[in-house]
Write a protein that binds this ligand. Structure first.
Ligand SMILES: [Mg+2]
Length: 284
């Protein structure tokens, strides 16, 4: 059954052809292509990702996830998928699954950001892919144990990432070395072949009952991520009862759609313009 969810090479090529732009919207959300401008603003955020406070947040998130997974399994109507919730009954008998984002959800990449800052460089695809191939990402505290416990309970973990297909093998190996369960030789690692996360989540939801979503960016939960900051807040509030129950979010002050939305998702702003927008965005 898992095998049917694999996105074929042909389909991937087709999607990349259709989506001719360099990055799908959610691609840049994950990789931080825009947000890496303005290193000074990111030093504190990157340092924070290595602190006891971050560590505690991650532990907290995965402890809550573990508790809620047990509750979710006992409730056959439970779903974390907006598609399944809107469709009504029908998903109850499907096998249970959880969907986890990869970067800054199960794998930690603050060292990549630090490397860029030390040499005064911006994000680029080459250095990011090189980082991915170095297998240097380490497991975020609590993530591995949660995934193993899910597997033990018969819940399939899907790793849904905007890392591209060219680093899929490396990502699989990185996850494997960090001890993450990879059922069926890792077919549940779904990389980016030009299809949005929302679309890929919907594909999984056709075959599985989605018990939980875990991520660090709104795009890991809802397509409403790519909107104005105030609209993003309203979209998050729409699902107020899902946060901490069906949706588990981890902190990421370094990059994400939260910042890109400040810039109106304009990838062409200069550094001075980025700083100006940031200051103007501060609430009085
Ligand atoms: Mg992420």
């Amino acid at each position: 059954m898992i095998g049917r969810l694999i996105f074929s090479t042909v389909a991937c090529l087709l999607f990349w052809t259709v989506q001719a732009q360099a990055d799908a919207p959610e691609q840049s959300a994950v990789t931080g292509e825009v947000r890496d401008r303005g290193h000074h603003d990111k030093v504190g955020a990157t340092l924070w990702m290595e602190t006891a406070e971050y560590d505690a947040c991650a532990r907290q998130a995965y402890l809550v996830a573990t508790i809620m997974l047990d509750r979710a399994l006992k409730d056959p109507t439970w779903t974390a998928s907006t598609e399944q919730a809107e469709a009504g009954p029908g998903h109850e008998t499907r096998p249970p699954a959880i969907i986890l984002d990869v970067d800054e959800t199960v794998l930690h990449n603050a060292s990549y950001q630090a490397q860029l800052m030390r040499v005064g460089k911006e994000f680029d695809r080459e250095s990011w892919n090189s980082w991915c191939r170095s297998l240097s990402s380490h497991a975020i505290v609590g993530a591995r144990r949660f995934c193993i416990e899910a597997m033990d309970l018969g819940v399939t973990p899907f790793y849904l990432t905007n890392r591209r297909d060219e680093v899929r093998t490396s990502t699989l190996e990185n996850l494997r070395r960090q001890g993450f369960p990879l059922p069926d030789n890792g077919v549940t690692l779904i990389t980016n072949c030009g299809v949005t996360k929302t679309q890929r989540r919907a594909e999984i939801a056709e075959k599985y009952r989605i018990l939980m979503l875990l991520g660090d960016n709104m795009a890991d939960f809802t397509q409403a991520s790519r909107s104005r900051p105030e609209d993003r807040v309203m979209a998050a509030r729409q699902y107020a009862t899902w946060w901490g129950t069906r949706w588990i979010i981890l902190p990421n002050p370094v990059y994400g759609d939260w910042e890109n939305s400040l810039y109106g998702f304009d990838v062409n702003l200069t550094n001075p313009q980025v700083h100006e927008v940031r200051f103007k965005s501060l609430k009085p």
